[in-house]
Write a new protein. Structure first.
Lengths: 111, 113
């Protein structure tokens, strides 16, 4: 089955700086890569996703890049704000129904 | 309702008790998933329904876990003879199609004493 590894497990950044989270996956057939944000005690919510036919996708301050050859993808958050503090999960799927999640990255934005 | 609803939000059970966790998906969503999230970990797949059919139960940890969705909408995850290792947050998610965006509920936090 798919195995997704996520780094770092914790990340502390100064407000206004950028944050980068990296994930690797094992199944070369994976073609869908979503990122979820989970605030403390809340539900995970999709913030951005990318499919394997593109290398990069951007939505305001967040962007995701995908390197299919190396089997890794990354989340970039620019101009971080306190409300960006949360746990972020990457995930991968081979196009069927089953998402495999990373272990999560706890992001803390210092004011 | 606007989103996926789960109940109870918190459940404390004594070891050996049976528990039932309920999920109300978004109306019209064909696909329904159950995930288990241990403390400090990402969600782990348990089972998947398409309408009332349970197409995959490969993630259920043991035969003490049972899920159903008899009318293709509300789903129940039942855990028999609970053990301490069952303590986790159980997340339900639904999607319009099986490859679409997952919409999660807020989860049911189970603590087994």
């Amino acid at each position: 089955g798919e195995n997704v590894e996520q780094h770092p497990s914790t990340l502390s950044v100064q407000e206004g700086d950028s944050a980068v989270i990296k994930c690797t996956y094992s199944d070369s057939a994976s073609n869908y890569f979503p990122w979820y944000k989970q605030e403390l005690g809340k539900r995970p919510q999709l913030i951005i996703d990318i499919r394997s036919n593109v290398g990069e996708k951007k939505d305001q301050r967040i962007a995701v890049t995908l390197n299919k050859t190396a089997k890794h993808f990354s989340l970039h958050i620019t101009e971080t704000q306190p409300e960006d503090s949360a746990v972020y999960f990457c995930a991968a799927s081979s196009g069927d129904y089953k998402l495999s999640f990373g272990a999560g990255t706890t992001v803390t934005v210092r004011a | 309702g606007a989103g996926v609803s789960q109940s109870p939000r918190y459940k404390v059970a004594k070891r050996g008790q049976d528990v039932a966790l309920r999920c109300d998906p978004i109306s019209g969503h064909v696909s329904l998933f159950w995930y288990q999230q241990a403390l400090g970990q990402g969600p782990e797949f348990l089972t998947y329904f398409q309408n009332e059919a349970q197409l995959d139960k490969s993630g259920l940890p043991s035969d003490r876990f049972f899920a159903e969705r008899p009318e293709g909408s509300v789903s129940t995850l039942k855990i028999q003879r609970t053990q301490q290792e069952d303590s986790a947050v159980y997340l339900c998610a639904s999607s319009l199609v099986h490859t679409g965006e997952l919409f999660f509920g807020e989860g049911s936090r189970l603590t087994v004493l």
